[in-house]
Design a binder for this molecule. Structure first.
Ligand SMILES: C[S@@+](CC[C@H](N)C(=O)[O-])C[C@H]1O[C@@H](n2cnc3c(N)ncnc32)[C@H](O)[C@@H]1O
Length: 279
C-alpha cells in the first residue's frame, strides 16, 4: 500500500479536528453539539438554536422514511444530528468521522442521552467508507465534504453505500457558480485546500453517478450570518477561550471568519440544502 502524503487533506483534517485548540473552539463557541452553519429564522436565534434548525430543515427530507431505515452521517462531528434523528424519529444512525477526539465525545453524549442503542460511532475516512455496497437508506452530511481533497471519490462512495431508492441529503460551504478564479485564496489557504466545490459541481458529478436531482434550497445568506455571529461570539468570549486555546489559533480563526463573511458579501460563496435520490 502506498503511504499517504503527510500533508494530504485527510491527515490535515484529522490533525486539525483532534487538536485541543479546535476542540475547545467548536465545543465552546460553536455549541458543542452541532458544528455547522445555522439557519437563522427568526434572525435573532442564538448559534446553537440556529444550528439545530438546520438539522430540522434537512430532516424534512427524511419524511416518509420508516423507523427501520439506516442512516449514515459522513463527517459527523460531535453527533448532534445523529442524536436528533434517533431521538425524534427512532432512526438508526452510523456516525462516520475521522476525529477520535470528536468520536469519544460523541459516544459519551450518546450514552448520556441513552441513545447509544441507536447511534453508533465509527472511525473512518469518507473517501473510503468501511461499509458494504447498498447498506444505507440515507446518507447525510453537514459541512464536511469541503475538507476532502478528492470530492468525486466521496460522491462515488456515497453512491456505492446507498441502497436503490436511497437519499443523499447534505450541506457544504461552496464557491458560487461562476466565482472568478483566485478570489477565494485566503479562505482556501487557511483551511489548506486547493478548491471548494460549487452547486454546479455537485449537480454534474451526482448526475453522472446516476442520481436524480430533487432539490437545492439556496441559503447562502445564513452562511454570512453564521460566520459573522461566530466571530462576534469569539470576540466576546476571547479572554475565557484563550485560557484553553492558543492566542495564535484565536487570531487565525477570527481572520478566517472575516474571510468567509467577506467572500459571502462579494457573492463568491454558496451554501444550502441538497437532496439527491438514487434511482
Ligand atoms: C465542520 S465539521 C461538521 C461536523 C458535523 N457534520 C456537524 O455538522 O456538526 C466537519 C467534520 O468533517 C470531518 N471530516 C473531515 N474530513 C473527513 C474525512 N476525510 N472523513 C471523515 N470525516 C471527515 C471532521 O472530523 C469534522 O467532524
Amino acid at each position: 500500500m502506498p503511504q499517504r502524503k503527510p500533508e494530504s487533506a485527510v491527515d490535515l483534517a484529522e490533525a486539525y479536528y483532534d487538536s485541543e485548540d479546535a476542540d475547545t473552539f467548536y465545543r465552546e463557541i460553536w455549541g458543542g453539539e452541532d458544528i455547522h452553519i445555522g439557519f437563522y429564522e427568526p434572525p435573532d436565534l442564538d448559534i446553537a438554536a440556529a444550528s439545530l434548525k438546520t438539522v430540522e430543515a434537512m430532516a424534512r427530507h427524511l419524511d416518509g422514511i420508516g423507523a427501520d431505515a439506516r442512516v449514515l452521517d459522513i463527517g459527523s462531528g460531535y453527533g448532534g444530528a445523529a442524536r436528533h434523528l434517533a431521538r425524534t424519529r427512532g432512526l438508526h444512525v452510523a456516525c462516520l468521522n475521522l476525529s477520535d477526539v470528536q468520536n469519544a465525545y460523541n459516544q459519551q453524549r450518546n450514552r448520556a442521552a441513552k441513545l447509544d442503542g441507536l447511534v453508533r460511532v465509527v472511525h473512518g475516512n469518507f473517501e473510503k467508507l468501511p461499509f458494504e455496497n447498498c447498506s444505507f437508506d440515507v446518507v447525510w452530511s453537514q459541512d464536511a465534504i469541503l475538507h476532502s481533497g478528492n470530492r468525486r471519490r466521496v460522491l462515488e462512495e456515497v453512491a456505492r453505500v446507498l441502497k436503490p431508492g436511497g437519499r443523499f441529503v447534505f450541506t457544504d460551504p461552496m464557491q458560487a457558480d461562476g466565482c472568478p478564479d483566485g478570489v477565494l485564496q485566503p479562505i482556501l489557504d487557511r483551511i489548506h485546500l486547493a478548491s471548494l466545490a460549487s452547486p454546479a459541481f455537485y449537480r454534474r458529478e451526482l448526475e453522472k453517478l446516476g442520481f436524480a436531482t430533487s432539490s437545492f434550497e439556496e441559503l447562502t445568506q445564513h452562511l454570512r450570518t453564521h460566520y459573522d455571529r461566530i466571530g462576534a461570539e469569539l470576540v466576546r468570549r476571547r479572554g475565557e477561550i484563550e485560557t484553553k486555546a492558543s492566542k495564535a489559533y484565536v487570531d487565525r480563526m477570527l481572520q478566517g471568519l472575516r474571510n468567509w463573511v467577506d467572500g459571502a458579501d462579494r457573492g463568491h460563496l454558496a451554501w444550502g440544502i441538497f437532496r439527491f435520490d438514487k434511482p
